[in-house]
Write a protein that binds this ligand. Structure first.
Ligand code: PBG
Length: 324
């Protein structure tokens, strides 16, 4: 039946009707708030490129985790800024490393808050790459796996509810799974950044985490933005290696990938609405060009509609407040 019997506007006439036929739900329960944590006492250092996001000392990270949890956001994703960087990324797997200390502090003070920890070396290496650099300048995949597995175990030891490898080395999900299992953490889930693209949208994060590569770029390990078949293959491989949740990153330029990964894997899918996506919205809103609240809720709904079960976003706290 076509017009005039069919009138699509009938169901758009009132808020009540629109609400009854809304297909996609966005609630704080779908969101994860990333936090940048550094050592030191009682400090909150604004990140210039990311208005509203600060580098937090551990006490403030505990406070912030509690505040977002109060708003219904179940978990935070911790990134550490170590006081010392070296070639072996020793700060990443130090029992007293910043993420390990922050995880313990949050879980002790607020056991109900979910803590997911980033497993990567780039914030801890002096050269800023996500793996160990060989003499010939290449990133050594297999040696890196050992360090990543150590990192994940130390985070699980500290009480992490889940670990999230973001390095894009081959075989890291399997390496993490077997090491976690061997060391008493068979119940710790792995949230794999399965399709992480070599993206220009990580710029503000690299300022925040001070992790810009000192030479070269990440294109020998992160994915080519042009490739979606490959992204699906990465996700399927990660599921085979034991990933519990697979992630696509960034989110907005890759919604087709989110959809395809969801359909191909049928496992819980996360999408990471990254720093550059956040900063663009904040800049346009500050310039009076868009309505921040409407734009953020629309973008997050779009990511959910594409197939993401979980949305990692710097807007989580604000969005949770707006969704109340
Ligand atoms: C690497 C990592 C990065 C992000 C999360 N984990 C940066 C990179 O690959 O350079 C970016 C997140 C963002 O831009 O919000 N450990």
């Amino acid at each position: 039946m076509a017009f005039p019997a069919t009138r699509m506007r009938r169901l758009r006439r009132t808020g009540l009707l629109r609400g009854m036929v809304r297909e996609t739900e966005l609630t704080p329960a779908h969101l994860v708030q990333p936090l940048f944590v550094e050592l030191g006492t009682d400090s909150r250092m604004p990140i210039e490129a990311m208005p509203g996001i600060d580098r937090l000392s551990i006490s403030h990270a505990v406070e912030e985790a509690g505040a977002v949890h109060e708003l219904g956001v179940p978990a935070v994703l911790l990134f550490g800024i170590p006081s010392h960087k070296d070639e072996q990324a020793s700060g990443a797997y130090d029992e007293e490393g910043v993420v390990q200390l922050a995880t313990r502090a949050i879980k002790e003070a607020l056991p109900e808050v979910g803590v997911i920890t980033d497993v990567c070396l780039c914030e801890y290496t002096s050269h800023g790459h996500c793996g160990v650099v060989r003499e010939d300048g290449q990133i050594d995949n297999d040696i890196t796996l050992e360090l990543l597995a150590k990192t994940a175990v130390s985070q699980a030891d500290a009480g992490a509810d889940a670990v999230a490898p973001s390095d894009m080395m081959d075989g890291r999900v399997g390496a993490l799974r077997s090491q976690l299992d061997a060391e008493g953490h068979s119940e710790t889930p792995i949230v794999a950044y399965s399709a992480k693209f070599a993206s220009a949208f990580y710029g503000p994060f690299r300022e925040a985490a001070d992790s810009t590569p000192a030479f070269g770029d990440r294109r020998s390990y992160q994915m080519d933005p042009a490739n979606a078949d490959e992204a699906v293959r990465e996700a399927l491989l990660d599921v085979d290696e034991g990933a519990d949740i697979v992630m696509v990153k960034p989110a907005l330029p890759y919604l087709d990938v989110v959809r395809r990964v969801k359909e191909a894997t049928r496992v819980p899918v996360a999408a990471y609405n990254v720093s550059g996506e956040y900063s663009m919205v904040k800049a346009a809103a500050a310039a009076g060009q868009i309505d921040e609240r409407a734009a953020v809720l629309e973008a997050l709904t779009g990511i959910r509609r594409a197939g993401a079960d979980i949305v990692v976003t710097y807007h989580a706290k604000d969005a949770a407040e707006w969704l109340r």
